[in-house]
Design a protein around this ligand. Structure first.
Ligand code: SF4
Length: 230
């Protein structure tokens, strides 16, 4: 498994060249005479001039180039699973699109399973096949990416209502009342109950069970399923 962190500028070591840092991530048996493998990795993530990038220090690269160097480092160990944690947050919008296309290409080309962690629902809609919606450390809704069109959990519904849309007339955006609980002080029962407009007494008392909605779409909410009220 390999992990790509959200801010490459903070994760790369400013005192070593990119080539040195990628070499460190190679399996020990491949580190001697690694020049060919480094070139191959940097070409895989879209660099046309891998020799120059290898010799560069992180501050000599743009944010998008740094993120591609991080991806090369992640691929160095030939992972089967790549965890990408908000890989585009620190980048501007046009560079974000480049990195997302690159991730999609790497997924196909390297036959990778990619676990993408993000708050950006546009990125989810574009890249994901399966979605797990997490609130306060617990998964509350899951299924194929199509669940974005018909979200069932009140938290997911609230997230989508808060998104601006380019089509249609002006609409007032709705927020979700309250804020996320601090780490270690999770509410009892359903962790979303202090902010949920559908909450009833059972929600604060017991963790909701999973209910099948359809075709692999599942939700953990007392308001759905037998005896529900939604
Ligand atoms: S279990 Fe209750 S509080 Fe939690 S999301 Fe469903 S209705 Fe709201």
């Amino acid at each position: 498994m390999a992990y790509v962190f959200q801010d490459p500028g903070d994760c790369l070591d400013p005192g070593f060249t990119i080539g040195n840092q990628i070499r460190e991530a190679l399996p020990t048996s491949e580190r001697r005479g690694a020049a060919k493998r480094l070139t191959e990795l940097l070409r895989t993530v879209g660099f046309d001039d891998p020799e120059r990038v290898q010799a560069s220090y992180p501050h000599q690269l743009s944010g998008g180039m740094q993120q591609r160097a991080m991806l090369a480092m992640a691929l160095a160990g030939r992972p089967r699973v790549l965890v990408a944690d908000e890989p585009t947050t620190a980048l501007d919008v046009t560079v974000q699109a480049t990195i997302l296309r690159l991730l999609a290409r790497l997924q196909r080309q390297e036959n990778l399973a990619v676990l993408l962690i993000t708050h950006n629902l546009g990125v989810v809609a574009e890249l994901a096949d399966e979605v797990q919606v997490m609130y306060a450390g617990r998964i509350v809704e899951s299924g194929p990416v199509e669940i974005l069109r018909q979200p069932t959990h009140p938290y997911m519904q609230g997230l989508l209502k808060a998104l601006p849309r380019l089509s249609g007339g002006p609409v007032r955006l709705e927020g979700i009342e309250g804020s996320v609980p601090p780490l270690g002080r999770h509410p009892t029962g359903c962790r979303f109950h202090p902010r949920c407009h559908l909450a009833r007494a059972v929600c604060a008392a017991q963790v909701p069970p999973w209910t099948d909605v359809d075709n692999g779409h599942r939700v953990a909410c007392w308001a759905y399923g037998d005896g529900g009220w939604a």
